[in-house]
Design a protein around this ligand. Structure first.
Ligand code: ADP
Ligand code: MG
Length: 235
C-alpha cells in the first residue's frame, strides 16, 4: 500500500510539473507567434525590433527547457574526491567574463582544506554558476561579487555574496520553488536546481539578505569522516 501511495504521489507531482512547464513554455510561444504575425504584416523598417523580441523569447523557451531537464533528471550522480578550490578556479574565467561584460568585479577568497571532498564536479560547477549569475543579476555595474570557501567545524562552506538589491523577508521562503521568478526573462528554475544539487550532496543551503545591501547564499558540505556525513551516508 505504501508503495502505491508513493507511486500516486509521484505521478501527481509529475502531472503538476508537466502543467507548470506547459504553462511556462506557452508564454514565450504566444509572444513569438504574435510577433511573427506582425513581421508578416508590417513593413521591413519595423522588423528589426520584432526580430529581437522573437529571438529573446526563443532563448527563454530554450532556457526553460534546459533548466527543467536538468531538474527532472534527478539521476544518481557519480561523486569523486574533488578539490572545491580547483573547481572554482576552473570556473573563474567564465564568471569573470560575464562580470566584465556587466562592469562588475569578482573577488575570490579560497580557504584551506578543500581537497578530497566527495563531489560531482559538473553539478557543483552548475551550482556555483547559478548562484554567481543571480548575484550578478542583482547588482548594478558597480557591483562586487565575492566567492569564498571556508573551513567551518565539520563542514566546508561555499559562500556567494553580492552587494545588490537584496531580498525582502516575505520573498525568502519562495526562492527555491520551481518557476518562482521576479525577472522578466527569468526561468525561476536556477535555485530549484541548486537545491536539488545540494541535496544530492547531502549538504545544506541558506540565504542571508538585507534589502538595499545585498545577499549571501551559504552552501555547507559535510567533510568526509564527519559524524553527520557518516550518519547521512548510512541512514
Ligand atoms: P531566475 O534567476 O530565473 O529568476 P532563480 O531560481 O535563479 O530564478 O531565482 C529565483 C528568484 O530569487 C529571482 O527571480 C530573484 O527574485 C531571487 N534571487 C535569487 N538570487 C538573488 C540574489 N542574489 N539577489 C536578489 N534576489 C535573488
Ligand atoms: Mg537564476
Amino acid at each position: 500500500l505504501k508503495d502505491e501511495v508513493n507511486k500516486m504521489e509521484r505521478l501527481s507531482l509529475v502531472g503538476q510539473m508537466a502543467a507548470s512547464i506547459t504553462h511556462e513554455i506557452r508564454n514565450p510561444m504566444a509572444v513569438i507567434r504574435g510577433f511573427v504575425q506582425l513581421l508578416n504584416e508590417r513593413s521591413p523598417s519595423e522588423h528589426q525590433s520584432y526580430f529581437r523580441i522573437v529571438l529573446d523569447e526563443l532563448d527563454r523557451a530554450n532556457a526553460i527547457i534546459n533548466d527543467f531537464l536538468s531538474l527532472a533528471q534527478n539521476r544518481i550522480v557519480e561523486k569523486e574526491p574533488s578539490n572545491l578550490n580547483e573547481l572554482l578556479n576552473d570556473l573563474l574565467p567564465l564568471i569573470w567574463a560575464d562580470a566584465n561584460l556587466r562592469g562588475q568585479m569578482i573577488e575570490l577568497r579560497l580557504g584551506e582544506g578543500m581537497e578530497n571532498l566527495e563531489m560531482n564536479s559538473k553539478e557543483v560547477k552548475q551550482l556555483v554558476l547559478n548562484l554567481a549569475r543571480n548575484g550578478m543579476e542583482a547588482m548594478s555595474d558597480k557591483g562586487v561579487l565575492r566567492i569564498e570557501t571556508l573551513d567551518f567545524e565539520d563542514t566546508v562552506q561555499l559562500r556567494v555574496t553580492d552587494n545588490g538589491v537584496g531580498i525582502p523577508p516575505e520573498k525568502l521562503e519562495r526562492l527555491f520553488e520551481p518557476f518562482y521568478t521576479t525577472k522578466t526573462n527569468g526561468t525561476g528554475l536556477g535555485l530549484a536546481l541548486c537545491l536539488s544539487i545540494v541535496e544530492r550532496h547531502n549538504g545544506k543551503i541558506h540565504v542571508e539578505s538585507t534589502v538595499g545591501q545585498g545577499t549571501t547564499f551559504v552552501v555547507s558540505f559535510y567533510k568526509p569522516g564527519s559524524m553527520i556525513s557518516d550518519v547521512r551516508k548510512h541512514g
